[in-house]
Design a protein around this ligand. Structure first.
Ligand SMILES: *[C@@H]1O[C@H](CO)[C@@H](O)[C@H](O)[C@H]1NC(C)=O
Ligand SMILES: *[C@@H]1O[C@H](CO)[C@@H](O)[C@H](O)[C@H]1NC(C)=O
Ligand SMILES: *[C@@H]1O[C@H](CO)[C@@H](O)[C@H](O)[C@H]1NC(C)=O
Ligand SMILES: *[C@@H]1O[C@H](CO)[C@@H](O)[C@H](O)[C@H]1NC(C)=O
Ligand SMILES: *[C@@H]1O[C@H](CO)[C@@H](O)[C@H](O)[C@H]1NC(C)=O
Ligand SMILES: *[C@@H]1O[C@H](CO)[C@@H](O)[C@H](O)[C@H]1NC(C)=O
Ligand SMILES: *[C@@H]1O[C@H](CO)[C@@H](O)[C@H](O)[C@H]1NC(C)=O
Ligand SMILES: *[C@@H]1O[C@H](CO)[C@@H](O)[C@H](O)[C@H]1NC(C)=O
Ligand SMILES: *[C@@H]1O[C@H](CO)[C@@H](O)[C@H](O)[C@H]1NC(C)=O
Length: 516
């Protein structure tokens, strides 16, 4: 208590809470730890976006070849966050779509509880209902009550700032400094809400490049901090979301695509694969936009070090969901139940986290809020969220806790019933077709999956279509999900998985953690 100078002006309850947290984690500085969350957009982990290994040449029977890449984009991030702390190798999104997934991050809730279904206002993306019912319960509100100084910059929710959602004047509760992008990811020519006031940006790299601006505003915030209170910052750069405009100095770089495409070569022509605008070139563009994020991470960490705050700061690095570029001959998108879309990178460093750890514990986007509140010293039994803190997994000297046995991934399909005009022969229900009519199924693709990881690595998914289609994968035997085993697996096991799924789909709060 003796080392807590200014906290005594706060309410006695708050001081006690902080004193308790400090006893655990901030002996030296006498201040609760700072937290930073860096959230990228559409960054897959399956195709090497975070990897460091060199990728070699692959030649295919149809004559196409994939060139090697000696560099992957996130080298410094891996070194400065992953190697300095923990890399989670089993981190998942509760749903593989931007707005619903981000809504899960803010609320710590599954989509069936926050009710954000898609990227439209009618699907509750940043809608008036969301603003009324969910934003007041989002985690920054709790942090702000504990006198954390809070800062947001970058993309928020896809419909943020639109007229029907209160425009740029709407600033969600809990944020002291708010620099949020109006609308979906852009690099140039965008509008920012600066604490509720519109700020227009053009396309001058020095003044407007959004990833750099997200960093610059955060550095400015750090300069203006009151040193007596901890801070929380969330940085949400547009990279590597389309339209894939990289910084001028990074626009030459990778030589080819380290992809696992062409699993079924006859379905994809070499034009779609390696032609202009094909998968390879798009993947390279994606990677190039990540180089600016790698810069952001390095500059931010250098700044914290100069301020002597680095050793009292937790830094989380993750993405809203994964992405595919040709796997299963699916073109370029997310929204699918497979590993490439639901797995995300997750790296964390901070006090009490031993360096160079790789953990297999299953963790989810709905856990970020509770983990951050746990770090801040909030009594988690007073918070009604579906996730669970993974502080015990990262820092067992600070907390004890058990892993979840299984979890839910759920997605509400967008129900496209029209034909894609470029591929009329294929009939209705397809989207994002490539020239050789490689398309995404976008009709009856509402699904829910239960995923187990602890004792068995299984995925069981039910589609809400008129076939009641079921997919089940044994990822131990079949890590690439090539064989649906539903027809030959023990029916008792199917029944168990079905029962778990039903319970998870209607669970709320603490009960989501208790289902066995
Ligand atoms: C953090 O580092 C500074 C010097 O850079 C040191 O004075 C301080 O004791 C350290 N705090 C902790 C909690 O390790
Ligand atoms: C989003 O969800 C709403 C409500 O279910 C639906 O009306 C709307 O069509 C959906 N939007 C898209 C693009 O699918
Ligand atoms: C949007 O959220 C509100 C509650 O905030 C809910 O009543 C409504 O049904 C949701 N809309 C959809 C399409 O789920
Ligand atoms: C930004 O907008 C201007 C004016 O409409 C346009 O000329 C320019 O090409 C746009 N830049 C980008 C990168 O889209
Ligand atoms: C960010 O700050 C750097 C260093 O001051 C400056 O060179 C750059 O132009 C700034 N970029 C943006 C987009 O503000
Ligand atoms: C946390 O909150 C619960 C429910 O209000 C209460 O029973 C418990 O005593 C609190 N724990 C601490 C450590 O304050
Ligand atoms: C975790 O549990 C062990 C054994 O029950 C106990 O010795 C240890 O103090 C606990 N650690 C924390 C941080 O509570
Ligand atoms: C899609 O699902 C709806 C009900 O959810 C059903 O009426 C319709 O027949 C289904 N269509 C296909 C092609 O499965
Ligand atoms: C999954 O595969 C592993 C390894 O082949 C096997 O031991 C296990 O029995 C399989 N589980 C199921 C449910 O098929």
């Amino acid at each position: 208590m003796a080392v807590l100078p200014r906290f005594f002006s706060w309410s006695s309850v708050t001081s006690l809470l902080l004193a308790f947290t400090c006893a655990l984690r901030c002996v030296e500085s006498g201040k609760p730890s700072n937290v930073i969350l860096i959230l990228t957009d559409d960054q897959d982990v399956e195709m090497g976006g975070m990897a460091e290994s060199e990728i070699s040449l692959e030649e295919h029977e149809d004559g196409s070849a994939l060139l090697c890449c000696s560099e992957t984009p996130m080298k410094r991030t891996k070194e400065l966050i992953g190697d300095a702390g923990v890399t989670f190798s089993s981190a998942f999104a509760s749903t593989p779509l931007c707005c619903p997934s981000r809504s899960s991050i803010f609320t710590g809730r599954y989509p069936h509880n926050h009710l954000v279904r898609n990227n439209s206002i009618s699907g509750n993306c940043s809608s008036p209902s969301w603003q009324k019912d969910s934003e007041p319960l989002a985690f920054p509100v709790y942090l702000n009550k504990l006198h954390y100084q809070t800062f947001y910059s970058g993309k928020y929710l896809n419909q943020y700032g639109s007229k029907d959602a209160g425009g740029a004047a709407h600033v969600p509760p809990g944020w002291d400094q708010w620099y949020a992008l109006v609308g979906n990811s852009q690099y140039y020519n965008y509008t920012l809400s600066v604490n509720g006031k519109e700020e227009q940006h053009g396309d001058d790299y020095q003044k407007d490049y959004l990833t750099d601006l997200v960093l610059n505003r955060s550095l400015h915030f750090l300069d203006e901090l009151s040193p007596s209170h901890p801070f929380f910052m969330m940085l949400s750069p547009p990279s590597p979301h389309s339209p894939w405009i990289s910084a001028p100095q990074t626009s030459t770089g990778y030589c080819g695509n380290p992809s696992i495409q062409c699993q079924i070569p006859p379905l994809i022509t070499s034009t779609t694969l390696s032609g202009k605008g094909g998968f390879d070139s798009q993947y390279i563009l994606k990677w190039q936009t990540l180089l600016s994020v790698d810069d952001l991470v390095e500059k931010l960490i250098n700044k914290l070090e100069a301020m002597k705050e680095l050793n009292n700061t937790y830094i989380f690095y993750t993405s809203d969901h994964g992405y595919h570029t040709g796997q299963f001959s699916l073109p370029i998108d997310k929204r699918q139940l497979y590993e490439f879309d639901i797995r995300v990178p997750l790296l964390v460093r901070g006090p009490g986290i031993k360096p160079k750890q790789t953990l297999q514990s299953p963790v989810m986007n709905i856990d970020l809020a509770l983990t951050i509140l746990d770090i801040a010293g909030v009594n988690l039994s007073t918070v009604n969220m579906d996730g669970q803190s993974f502080l015990p997994q990262m820092a067992p000297t600070l907390r004890n806790g058990t892993e979840r046995p299984f979890f839910l991934v759920e997605y509400t399909g967008e129900g496209y019933s029209q034909e894609d005009p470029s591929c009329p022969k294929l009939g209705p229900g397809l989207a994002h077709c490539f020239p050789d009519c490689v398309c995404e199924d976008a009709f009856n693709n509402t699904y829910a999956c239960v995923r187990t990881l602890k004792d068995a690595n299984l995925q069981y998914c039910e589609f809400a279509d008129n076939e009641a289609f079921v997919e089940m994968y044994n990822l131990t035997a079949d890590p690439h999900q090539l064989e649906n085993i539903v027809k030959r697996v023990d029916p008792t096991l199917l029944q168990i998985m079905n029962q778990r799924l039903i319970k998870l789909q209607s669970c709320a709060g603490e009960d989501c953690r208790k289902i066995r």
